[in-house]
Design a protein around this ligand. Sequence first.
Ligand SMILES: Nc1ncnc2c1ncn2[C@@H]1O[C@H](COP(=O)(O)OP(=O)(O)OP(=O)(O)O)[C@@H](O)[C@H]1O
Ligand SMILES: [Mg+2]
Length: 250
Amino acid sequence: MSMAPLSIDVRDLTKKFGSFTAVDHVSFGVEKGEIFGFLGPNGAGKSTTIRMLCGILSPTSGQGTVGGFSIAAQPEEIKKIIGYMSQKFTLYSDLTVAENIEFHGGIHRLAPARLKERKKWVLAMAGLEGRENILTRDLSGGWKQRLALGCAILHKPEILFLDEPTASVDPASRRDFWQLIYELSVQGTTTFVTSHYMDEVERCHRIAIIYDGRIIAIGPPRELKVRFAGRESASLEEVFVTAIQGARTS
Ligand SMILES: Nc1ncnc2c1ncn2[C@@H]1O[C@H](COP(=O)(O)OP(=O)(O)OP(=O)(O)O)[C@@H](O)[C@H]1O
Ligand SMILES: [Mg+2]
């Protein structure tokens, strides 16, 4: 076990919308540099959890820190050190590719020279060189996705939150995308990612399965395979189905 402070550390995090509990006493920790996968059926509470961790949605109860800052008391500090790619990502369709990047640079107050350098890096990383002046609404879904990721990492965040970042991205680009996540991980960036693609979840250091707002399994993929399917050669799909069936009947 590493003794470094956890990048994400939450205890009993809960979100209610009226009488409905979307996230129910969720507790977990994520280490610096770790790639942490969050999976669960539609409506399980993944996006709601991410929005609380990003300081966008205040928890109903429970506590935790992101990058050492309190979720309840210091959401503005959290926003400065994270990158967030939401499920319905926040690009301005009537701005060009370059203008969207510049806009994000403004939000994070990057100095002009730094913005210029980071913009160049993002365009190269996302394969968007030569498309700088295209209106974002004219990009295909996969290219928009790349631009959204580029904007999320423009300011070199310590912690990256990605909510289904590769939905509608082609297989080769998904592989490149994960290559980038690995490179960032080696450099110390923590990634919290949701996905419905089991091959992607397989690449995470650890995963948590959320069902009905509760975490029903957490651990490295190999460990969960042994626990839920009895063998390391099992597929994560089998783990997922078995874990959810177990939670349903208990
Ligand atoms: N602002 C809100 N008001 C009321 N209910 C909400 C609100 N936001 C989310 N919910 C409900 O909370 C539950 C969890 O939603 P959430 O978006 O977190 O699910 P998810 O796990 O991200 O699902 P998906 O895989 O479809 O993206 C759902 O039942 C959803 O309808
Ligand atoms: Mg979601």
